[in-house]
Design a binder for this molecule. Structure first.
Ligand code: ZN
Length: 250
């Protein structure tokens, strides 16, 4: 039996005995759909080399307000991946929700791939790049509108009603997370008897803090590298998250 098969078997046993599962995912879930992690070392290097600033600065509210052209250039070239498709992890989680066992997907990603795979209860802690809105009149716009250069002045999308800047529905650095989304995430984790964490090192706020609300039986961590919660987990898996979830659930 291969390592990934062993991991999947152990995970399947836990899933079979857990009626209320919550999945908590980070960038590692989407990297297997070829969406690079902009917070990774490589993402940091690319941003600094190409745009002259680290991602935390490029994606900050101050930068958006003061330098919208470069903000949108970075955003469009690095956070929008129109060709990305859901991978085995997204699809397996959608199937598990369909079976009535997975109650919520909590994600730090903004790419909408869980919904594309068919998941319904998706709590997007950092918002989504599929929704855009005017900073002045709040009118909603699609991702397509923001991408269409006909609606843009040097990368910056403008509102067709009032002419103000149209911004992405992602939470920028310096901005607070949506309280309703956070509250729903806390409630889901508090009620879960199993939390599967995938593709995050659990170092970034609010990921680490949210797990403190978990009172259930089984904590599963699927991540390539160590996390601060490894010693509290019932099962730690280092294999590909798409492969493991597809084998365990599919
Ligand atoms: Zn407007």
């Amino acid at each position: 039996m291969t390592s990934v098969e062993k991991s999947a078997n152990a995970l399947r046993d836990i899933i079979n005995n857990s009626p209320n599962i919550v999945f908590f995912g980070g960038a590692g879930v989407s990297t297997e759909s070829n969406i690079p992690d902009f917070r990774s070392e490589n993402g940091l290097f690319t941003a600094t080399q190409r745009y002259g600033y680290p991602p935390e600065q490029l994606l900050s509210r101050t930068f958006f307000d003061n330098n919208p052209e470069l903000f949108f250039q970075y955003y469009k070239e690095n956070l929008i991946h129109p060709d990305a498709k859901p991978n085995g992890a997204h699809l397996a989680l959608a199937a598990l929700e369909q079976q009535g066992k997975l109650r919520a997907v909590i994600t730090q990603n903004v790419d909408g791939l869980h919904q594309a795979a068919g998941s319904h209860n998706v709590l997007e802690l950092h918002g989504t790049n599929h929704a855009h809105y005017c900073v002045n009149c709040q009118n909603s716009y699609t991702l397509g509108y923001a991408q269409d250069t006909a609606n843009c002045e040097i990368f910056v999308p403008k509102c067709s009603k009032c002419g103000a800047t149209v911004r992405p529905g992602i939470v920028l650095y310096e901005e607070a997370l949506d309280e309703n989304v956070m509250q729903a995430a806390v409630e889901a984790i508090s009620a879960a008897d199993c939390v599967i964490v995938g593709g995050t090192s659990l170092m970034v706020y609010p990921a680490a803090g949210l797990l403190r609300y978990f009172k259930g039986r089984n904590l599963v961590l699927i991540n390539r590298t160590q996390t601060p919660y490894d010693n509290q987990a019932n099962l730690v898996i280092r294999d590909s998250i798409a492969e493991v979830l597809a084998l365990a659930i599919g």
